[in-house]
Design a protein around this ligand. Sequence first.
Ligand SMILES: [Zn+2]
Length: 72
Amino acid sequence: MNKETIQFVKCPTCQKDVEWSDKNIYRPFCSKRCQLIDLGEWANEEHRIADNEISEQDLWSEDDLSNYVGKH
Ligand SMILES: [Zn+2]
């Protein structure tokens, strides 16, 4: 038995080598951030913001907005 052996796993999110130990509460992830990303929370947050920005720009380009305001 070799108790000194340290096991490494790859973080599923960023593929970084992560030490598999009781000290790493986020294993198999390297960090809380990567854990959230894998759970979809982080990604959902990012996508929601991105979608809002894109759809607003699509609906109201500067030309459309000034035309609309001008006609009213
Ligand atoms: Zn990671």
